[in-house]
Write a protein that binds this ligand. Structure first.
Ligand code: GTP
Length: 598
């Protein structure tokens, strides 16, 4: 199709502001999906995504649109994930577009990720169409939201389009605005080929399927292509577009969005952000902005049953095929046996991977508490990265430690500024600035240690602001801080999987709380079990689990066999997630106890 009739755009929004619902309506109004076939949120195809109502992987879809004057257009909608963990994927999806719909929920107003995503879109020079969503709701306040986007971003109220992604109100006007306001692609079919990979997926028959946006030139089936980041070459076996199901085509030309398969066996060869060119007429310059996604959070994953070790490895390998940001390496723990230290983009990414391993691969796992990557400067002048607290060298060997910090932007009603500043202070935050976005909404800027926001920061932020605060962060860099290693001894033996790196001023409180929590979580055994928290060879807290024989049948003196069996079954069930540490049985929750410390 003539490039002047193509529009490539994406939808950006804060979580739950209705991005996927709006995408569904656009699909419906352009006839891409029959209304009767419409299952909610067509673009969120992964089960887990539907259940959690979040968009994990970017998706793309082609829409045919006939404008009021009869002209036909081709619209490519590129869906972007909304969560901070996936900022890099958002950024790549934006790079594939000329315009963006900035969706703001009329009942909530501008939130932290609205701002973060808008800035990303502006970095890519996208034409922005502000969209005020959920106007059907009685609690919607479109006037106020319009005023907010004018005051915060400078968009005039008449630029914005009011819609209800639920009822479809305003969707026709939005489609007309997309065609009128978003510029067509600029490239040329006669230039050497440049295509941006903005997503990829692994298919067991076709190999890696790369989602591409063509910027210049064209690609045909049979063409030899080169990945510019790795220099690897492949022959194109299949090309297609998303309509919304994958539909084969003969070629993809400048301005278009589609997919290609080329018997690529490894997702690492089609890295998101890389440029594809053709071998017989290569471009000299890759498209800007390639960078590989770096894991920020690590945790140990161990099978409950040691025999599942190879199954776990196979499952991780398979997940990695579709997720280049997931890393893993074998790790052994004296407490937990053989497992893997896995790297994730953030906590949500970690939870999703764990859930998929358990659900899709039927694995029972023990996960250790998440940790960031610390940089250790040793007294002998060496530096090393530590991803697992138990790998931290002994006290005498450490010169100093550095930990990662993030820039955090928090948006909240001004009534909650006090409690939220207190929270940031508790989390060792450094106050940077405070700005009034409107008369009653405040943007707080803090620098915070990543380790402190990993665990319960988000939940606390929500509870202390009655759900009104929203937050977004980006990586700032490493800083020297006063950290110590805290170990836990059970029955006199250190449990490496429970070691943690904590700030010196918090170590005492942390050690006491953790020992207490563990006492609650570890069931009584046949013998007495002391729990000790140790810092620099000094015991700073101690609790004791008293000995007791737990006889679940004691209550059943009637002799009802089925009831006895039920109780025994239940006891067995309860035992499932236990790990035998020496002579002590420890449940999974114990390894996550650190997360519940106030
Ligand atoms: P993520 O994929 O997690 O980023 O969320 P999202 O922005 O895609 O939000 P989603 O489309 O899942 O919508 C969030 C919730 O708002 C869902 O329960 C929708 O049904 C609801 N919703 C979306 N748009 C509208 C609307 O216009 N009116 C009403 N009443 N509800 C809406």
């Amino acid at each position: 199709m003539d490039q002047s009739r193509i529009r490539n755009f994406c939808i950006i929004a804060h979580i739950d502001h209705g991005k996927s619902t709006l995408a569904d309506r656009l699909l419906e109004y352009t006839g891409a999906v029959d209304k009767r076939e419409m299952t909610e949120q067509v673009l969120d195809s992964m089960d887990l995504e539907r259940e959690r109502g979040i968009t994990i992987k970017a998706r793309a879809v082609r829409l045919n649109y006939q404008a009021a004057d009869g002209e036909k257009y081709l619209l490519n909608l590129i869906d972007t994930p909304g969560h901070v963990d996936f900022t890099y994927e958002v950024s790549r999806s934006l790079a594939a577009c000329e315009g963006a719909l900035l969706v703001v929920d009329a009942t909530q107003g501008v939130e932290a990720q609205t701002i973060a995503n808008l800035y990303l879109a502006l970095e890519h020079d996208l034409e922005i169409i502000p969209v005020i969503n959920k106007v059907d709701l009685p609690s919607a306040d479109p006037e106020r939201t319009l005023k907010q986007i004018e005051e915060v971003f400078g968009y005039k109220p008449e630029e914005a389009i009011l819609v209800s992604a639920k009822t479809g109100q305003g969707v026709d006007a939005l489609l007309a605005a997309i065609v009128q306001r978003i510029p067509p692609p600029k490239g040329s079919t006669s230039e050497p080929t440049q295509a941006l990979i903005f997503d990829s997926q692994y298919d067991s028959y076709k190999g890696v399927i790369a989602y591409v946006r063509m910027f210049n030139g064209q690609i045909r089936i049979g063409d030899k292509i080169r990945m510019m980041a790795t220099g690897k070459e492949f022959e194109v076996t299949e090309l297609g577009v998303f309509a919304p199901e994958m539909t084969p085509v003969e070629k993809l030309a400048s301005g278009e969005v589609g997919f290609l398969a080329a018997s690529i066996k490894n997702v690492k060869d089609t890295q998101v952000g890389d440029t594809v060119t053709t071998v017989d007429r290569p471009t000299a310059t890759p498209l800007p902005g390639y960078r590989s996604a770096k894991p920020m959070v690590y945790c140990g994953l161990y099978p409950v049953e040691n025999v599942d070790y190879t199954n776990l490895r196979d499952a991780l390998e398979r997940l990695q095929l579709n997720d280049a940001a997931l890393t893993f390496e074998p790790e052994t723990s004296t407490a937990l046996g053989f497992g893997f230290r896995c790297g994730f983009l953030g906590l949500l990414h970690m939870e999703i991977i764990q859930e998929r391993l358990e659900r899709e691969y039927n694995l029972e796992l023990i996960a250790t508490a998440p940790s960031v990557v610390y940089i250790v400067h040793l007294t002998n002048g060496e530096t090393k990265e530590v991803r697992n607290p138990s790998d931290l060298p002994g006290f005498g060997f450490i010169e100093h430690l550095e930990e990662p910090f993030v820039n955090a932007n928090i948006i909240l009603p001004h009534d909650f500024v006090g409690p939220i500043m207190e929270l940031c202070q508790e989390k060792r935050g450094l106050y940077k600035s405070m700005e009034y976005l409107t008369t009653d909404r405040v943007l707080l800027h803090y620098e915070l240690p990543l380790a402190e926001i990993l665990v319960d920061f988000y939940d606390k932020l929500k509870s202390r602001s009655k759900g009104y605060a929203s937050f977004d962060y980006d990586f700032l860099g490493y800083r020297e801080t006063d950290l110590v290693r805290l170990d836990i001894l059970l029955n006199g033996k250190p449990v490496d999987a429970l070691s943690a790196i904590v700030h010196k001023d918090k170590a005492y409180h942390y050690g006491r709380q953790l020992a207490r929590k563990l006492k609650e979580l570890i069931p009584q055994q046949l013998f007495e079990v002391p729990i000790q928290a140790v810092v620099n060879n000094k015991v700073i807290a101690r609790e004791t689990i008293r000995a007791l024989r737990k006889d679940v049948l004691a209550k059943c003196y009637g002799g009802d066999v089925t009831r006895k069996r039920k109780l025994l079954e239940k006891q067995k069930e309860g035992k499932k997630r236990m790990k035998q540490l020496g002579t002590v049985e420890v449940p999974q929750e114990a390894f996550f106890a650190v997360l519940k410390i106030d």
